[in-house]
Design a protein around this ligand. Structure first.
Ligand SMILES: *Cc1c(COP(=O)(O)O)cnc(C)c1O
Length: 375
């Protein structure tokens, strides 16, 4: 018999349950519309996402990886980048950020992480720049904004594009501005586990650059700017209207979703102090800079923490045990390069339950159990 976890890490069916009536209605609307690719649901979702993000344009696409690929391919088609040009990317990211750069024929240049923010260490940016650097891909990992004055200064002084991988941070704000509107272009993922999740794969690109938006849109639709007229050797990377309709139900709840995640984080942070065995995350000065896609602690001995959590029925996950530069597909390319902080994070990180399906009482119980962890 499989033992049920007392405190599940994430239950997607439970997370979607409050939206059941609206989701049924949205699905029925798509079925009776007779329009199963493109159409009104996609156009309305794009308008609503652009408005929510504070950008001029949003283009719905098939998933987050494709959103990143399309942005880079569009810059190549626009003559802004050429094969072999370099794109700076944090070493501590989900592999998709790096895959998109490789796929476009560009060269990923990794920059190590900051042990406090777990995001790119912007003090290392300048020394990663070469004459071939064209862009910085910043990743708001775990829902924490990866943006500061130094990143802005480097991009401006050298004339680099800034692409946000916003797959994990929809709804976060930096000095009142939404992630997804901070750089030149941004990629969103609506993978079911993300803070706003579709019922399948989905993604989007946001930008206020009209030409970039038009190029991404054409590339995602076989490279055609109008029917049967192909100006690029493109792809089929479209968002489908069923997912657009689902996302239109959930998008208006983004601030409520972020607030609940911050409340749960506050319970953990209030009740559990950092010890040599367990490091709790630090909050940014402005709480709006964090939407806690994940609540990541660092354990000096992760195997022992895992045993302890299992014994206490607490669900957890690990994001990510193997960083991109150590994946088999990248090991040769990055051999001899050291990203020591990223390696430390990969060996110690552990994610605790942080979705709306965790009740306040459950979060308090989890915190009490963690506070007793001695390592
Ligand atoms: C999920 C994710 C992606 C990829 O999104 P998909 O929709 O799964 O393709 C890219 N980057 C980061 C940081 C992610 O978390």
């Amino acid at each position: 018999m499989i033992q049920q976890k007392k405190y599940p890490f994430l239950d997607l069916a439970d997370a979607n349950a409050p939206y059941m009536d609206e989701l049924r209605e949205a699905a029925a609307r798509v079925v009776s519309s007779g329009r199963y690719v493109g159409g009104a649901e996609c156009e309305l979702f794009e308008k609503e996402l652009a408005a929510a993000t504070g950008t001029k344009y949003a283009v719905g696409v098939s998933n987050g990886l494709d959103a990143l690929r399309l942005i880079l391919r569009a810059y190549i088609e626009m003559g802004e980048m050429r094969s072999g040009d370099e794109v700076i990317v944090p070493a501590n990211t989900y592999v998709a950020s790096v895959l998109a750069i490789s796929d476009a024929g560009l060269k990923p240049v990794m920059v190590d992480a900051d042990i406090e923010t777990l995001n790119i260490d912007t003090s290392l940016l300048r020394r990663a720049v070469t004459p071939r650097t064209r862009a910085i891909m910043t990743v708001h990992l775990y829902g924490r904004v990866a943006w500061d004055d130094e990143l802005e200064a480097v991009a401006r002084e050298i004339g680099l594009k800034v692409i946000e991988d916003n797959a994990q941070a929809i709804g976060a704000r930096y000095r009142g501005r939404m992630t997804g509107s901070l750089g030149d272009a941004a990629a969103f993922s609506f993978y079911p586990t993300k803070n706003i999740g579709a019922l399948g794969d989905a993604g989007a690109v946001t930008t206020s650059d009209e030409r970039l938006a038009a190029t991404v849109r054409a590339l995602a639709n076989y490279g055609s700017d109008r029917r049967y007229h192909n100006i690029y050797k493109g792809f089929n990377c479209r968002l489908d209207p069923m997912q657009a309709a689902v996302l239109r139900v959930k998008l208006p709840h983004i601030d409520e979703e972020s607030r609940r995640r911050r409340e749960l984080a506050a319970i953990y942070l209030k009740n559990v102090q950092s010890t040599p065995a367990l490091t709790m995350p630090l909050l940014p000065a402005d709480p709006e800079e964090h939407v806690f896609h994940q609540f990541v602690v660092l354990a000096a001995n992760r195997a022992s923490l895992e045993e302890y959590l299992k014994a206490n029925g607490i669900g957890y996950d690990i994001h990510y045990a193997t960083p991109p530069h150590r994946q088999p597909c990248y090991a040769a390319e990055f051999a001899g390069m050291a990203f020591p902080v990223t390696d430390v994070i990969a060996s110690r990180c552990l994610s605790l339950p942080i979705t709306r399906t965790t009740s306040t009482a459950d979060a308090e119980a989890i915190a009490a159990i963690l506070a007793d962890y001695k390592g």
